[in-house]
Design a binder for this molecule. Structure first.
Ligand SMILES: [Zn+2]
Length: 147
């Protein structure tokens, strides 16, 4: 595992993506940069977010985190994965078995990364800022430790 790899952040990204899909129906982030201290995800949304939308996203993500959902993996065949998921973000050499990461019943997404075992390990999700440029919405966020 890479030195800067932070499993809670990678797990939070899945929840944020599913929340964005449900709120805006514009897909998951097409590009992400995840680090322990702060991360950013880019979305194909046609505008910036309002302050109330930012609060709504934070609340929804934190509601899911607080449900203490198990994060599990399931291995499925490539053909099955192809029909049910967008595989664009996977490396090209992944062609036989696909690992699906499930967060309770909230989210399922193919991913080769490492994640925490339960959402209770993620901490509190906080959006630092958002920006809109070149038709790309960027969300910068961090995780605050639970007290
Ligand atoms: Zn992942």
């Amino acid at each position: 595992m890479a030195k800067n790899y932070y499993e809670p952040m990678h797990s939070a990204e899945h929840i944020l993506n599913q929340t964005m899909v449900r709120m805006f129906n514009k897909g998951r982030s097409f590009s992400a940069h995840l680090e322990k201290k702060k991360s950013k995800c880019d979305y194909r949304l046609e505008r910036d977010l309002s302050q109330s939308e930012i609060s709504e996203i934070e609340n929804k993500v934190n509601d899911i985190i607080k449900m203490n959902l198990d994060i599990t993996e399931e291995i499925i065949n490539f053909s099955e994965a192809e029909t049910n998921f967008n595989l664009q973000k996977l490396p090209n050499n992944v062609t036989e078995k696909i690992r699906i990461i499930k967060i309770g019943d909230y989210d399922a997404c193919p991913c080769i990364g490492q994640h925490v075992k339960n959402t209770s390990e993620i901490g509190n999700f906080k959006i630092i800022s958002t920006g809109f440029e070149n038709n790309i919405l960027r969300i910068r966020f961090k995780l605050e430790e639970n007290n």
